[in-house]
Each structure stands twice: as C-alpha cells, then as structure tokens.
Design a protein around this ligand. Structure first.
Ligand SMILES: Cc1cc2nc3c(=O)[nH]c(=O)nc-3n(C[C@H](O)[C@H](O)[C@H](O)COP(=O)(O)OP(=O)(O)OC[C@H]3O[C@@H](n4cnc5c(N)ncnc54)[C@H](O)[C@@H]3O)c2cc1C
Length: 380
C-alpha cells in the first residue's frame, strides 16, 4: 500500500497542526482546570475552523462538507489527537450520520451545523443499554403527523450545551435489530426534553457526560434521518468511519506521548546518566514506537478499505479502533511510569493523558466489542 500523500493533503496537515498549536494548545490547562470550554471561546474556535476550511471536513461535499476521503480524514484526526479531546472537537468532526439527512433537512438543520452556528450530538446509550443496543428502551410511537418519544439516555457528550440531539429510539420492538430503530432529530429546547445531570467522570475535562429523559417528546415526521425502522443500518455505516477517525485521534495522541517521553528521557538524569541511556527505558520507548507504528498502519489500512469500498472495512475499522486505543492507554501508563512522580503530578500533561486515554477503550464500542466482531469474522 502506498501512503504517499499528495501536496494538498500535506498542506491540510500543516493547517490542522497550526490550528492545534496556535489556537487549541494554549487553552489546554484552562479547560482542564475549569472542566469547560468558555462558550464564547468555543464559538470563536469553531468560527476559526470554518475559516480554515476544517469544519465539517468529514461530511460529503454534496451536502456542504469538506468532502475529504477517509485517508485524508485520518490525517486531520492524527493532528487533532495531539491536543485534548474536547478542544479537538472544535475543529468540527461532525456525526457521520448527518450524511443521511434528506434535502428538506438541509436548510433548517444541516446548514447551520455545517456553518458551526448550531451544535449537534448523538445519543444512543441508556442506563440499561450500552454495548447491547438491543436492550434499548427509548420508544417512539406514531401519532397524527408525527412521533412521541419516551425514555432516557446517559453518558451523552455535551447534551448540556448542544442545540440538537440525534436520538436513537425503538420504533418496531418486535423486529430484529436491523428493523427496530429510527433516528430522530430532537431540539434541546423541546418541552419533552428534560436534562437530568452532568455525570462526574475521570477525564475528558471540558466535555460533559450527560443524562436526560424524554417525556412525551413530540417531533414531526420531518425530523427522521433516513427511513422509519432504518436506523440500525445507518448507525452501522457511520460507525466504521467514526471508529477509524478515532483510531487516527489515538495515533496522534500516542505520538504526542512519545514526544513527551523522548524530551524527558534526555533531560532527566538518574544514577549519573540520562534516562535515555538506561537500557530499561530504551526498551520501553522502543515498545511504544513499534506499537505506534502498527496502530498507524492499521488505521491507514482501514481508511484505505473505506475509500476503496472493500467489504472487510468493518473488521478493518474494529482492528484499527481496538489496537490504537489499547496502544494509547498502554503508552500513557508506560510514559507516566517513566516520568515517575512528575508524571503523576499536574505539572506535566501526562496524568491528564493517562486519564483521557482510559476512555478510548470504552467509547464508540468497547475494546471487547471490537474483539468480538473480529473473532466472529474469523469463524464466519
Ligand atoms: C468518554 C465517553 C464519551 C461517550 N459519549 C457518548 C455519546 O456522546 N453518546 C452516547 O450515546 N454514548 C456515549 N458514550 C457511551 C459509550 O458509547 C458506552 O459507554 C459504550 O457503548 C459501552 O457501553 P456501557 O458503558 O454501557 O458498557 P456495558 O455495555 O455495560 O459493558 C460493560 C463491560 O462489559 C463488556 N461487555 C459487554 N458485553 C460484552 C460481551 N458480549 N462480551 C464481552 N464483554 C462484554 C464491555 O466491553 C464493558 O467492558 C460515551 C462513553 C465514553 C467513555
């Protein structure tokens, strides 16, 4: 496989790197300390990403997005992975499900999202249904001219600041998974939307984990994305791209960790030598380097499979997400150990990276769920 990038992708990489270094990194400490991105600052960052042509980079050009292929999206993700997850989100990786909006949803819903005037988040997880989407209880029932949603969601990112949510609800409980769900656009100020709480969590400070309920939440027919009972197929299509995007983020994150580790290894001395001159430390860094190279290749291979519409892209996406997430967390643990007490302190970003990396193994399909997919494919 040839992963030589054309000049325009190299320019794109430099643009994202500049945005991260100049606009995002200087805010890392403040966001971490206050566990929020100031709304005005968030707005300005999104406006800057629009100006740079980054916002909505992952959506097709036909609907107003950047029209990048998957490999180019991974290049963007790698650069974004070098800063914190909440800050990286201001660059405008939007839910891949938006690709399936109908033309009549463009003006009122999609266009303001693509211009960063409005925000959208995706809500599937429930207190009793995470990996097991079949256990989902949120129901949507047909009424004259629309639908009524009842149920609730949890662990949904930033439902406290969003304008819209894409809600996955059961519309045909008797059907198999393939025909059971429908995707609904719900405005956050719908009177049937009830925000319950921000759930305290370990990392990803600046991004909030939210729980809410839907009580007789009325929506019009025009708020359905895709077909009635056609939600599962769209979720599955979109999830491959999201997992590969995340793989790219984790690769950039691990590169950042390795950079910190290299710098520290030449600065810090123990027993009269630089850490970098101790064989034990060299082995640690060599292991991270190899796993990182393997993650990189898996993520590129998965992106290439999507771009060439290969039938094995789903498994390629699972391999990439699983391996890159595990590598990032292992690397964070090893680098923290290498930094000693300094790594555990808040003087360096390593403790933050350790906490942040822990979530990589859980969100958008846990590592176990990726491994189940991969194993099932082996026995197919
Ligand atoms: C940082 C972060 C952001 C998130 N943002 C969102 C969001 O914006 N919107 C949203 O809807 N959700 C979001 N989530 C929720 C996320 O999608 C779920 O956490 C994930 O799907 C796993 O579900 P669960 O946490 O309920 O774990 P469970 O499904 O309860 O699983 C518990 C454990 O059992 C394991 N397990 C489950 N089934 C099996 C099996 N068959 N075999 C082996 N092991 C198994 C799992 O891997 C896991 O380790 C987010 C999560 C995180 C961590």
């Amino acid at each position: 496989m040839d992963f030589t990038f054309p000049e325009e992708i190299l320019i794109l990489r430099r643009t994202v790197r500049g945005f991260v270094d100049k606009d995002l990194r200087p805010l890392e400490r403040e966001v971490e300390e206050h566990d929020r991105i100031d709304p005005e600052v968030g707005k300005a960052l999104r406006a800057r990403a629009v100006e740079l042509g980054l916002y909505a980079h992952n959506l097709p050009a036909e609907i107003g997005g950047g029209g990048l292929n998957m490999l180019a999206q991974v290049v963007v993700a790698e650069e974004l992975g070098r800063t914190t997850i909440p800050l990286s989100r201001t660059a405008g990786y939007l839910p891949a499900l938006l690709t399936y909006c109908r033309p009549d949803q463009r003006q009122w819903f999609l266009d303001p999202l693509i211009k960063a005037e409005k925000l959208v988040h995706y809500a599937v997880t429930e207190p009793d249904a995470g990996s097991d989407i079949g256990a989902m209880k949120t129901r949507a029932q047909r009424t004259a001219g629309g639908w009524v949603l009842n149920g609730g969601k949890c662990f949904v990112s930033n439902a406290d600041i969003t304008d819209y949510l894409i809600i996955v609800a059961v519309t045909d409980p008797a059907a198999s998974l393939r025909g059971r769900f429908t995707l609904f656009i719900v405005e956050r100020d719908n009177p049937g939307f009830h925000f319950l709480r921000n759930i305290k969590k370990m990392g990803w400070r600046g991004s909030h984990f939210c729980q809410f309920s839907l009580e007789d939440c009325k929506v019009q027919d025009g708020c359905i994305i895709g077909e009635v009972n056609g939600g599962f197929e769209l979720i599955m299509k979109a999830i491959n791209e999201t997992r590969i995007h995340l793989g790219g983020i984790y690769v950039g994150f691990t590169e950042e960790l390795l950079d910190h580790a290299r710098r520290y290894a030449v600065e810090r001395k123990t027993f009269g030598k630089r850490l970098a001159d101790h064989e034990g430390i060299q082995f640690t860094l060599a292991d991270i380097d190899c796993e990182l190279a393997a993650s990189h290749l898996l993520v590129y291979a998965a992106a290439d499979a999507v771009d060439r519409k290969q039938p094995d892209m789903r498994i390629a996406a699972s391999r990439a997400k699983y391996y890159a997430a595990e590598t990032a967390f292992r690397a964070a643990d090893k680098v923290l150990q290498m930094f000693g007490a300094a790594g555990y302190s808040c003087d360096f970003p390593i403790e933050r990276m350790f906490r942040d990396a822990r979530a990589f193994r859980i969100g958008e399909g846990t590592s176990e769920i990726q491994r189940l997919q991969i194993a099932r494919n082996l026995f197919r």
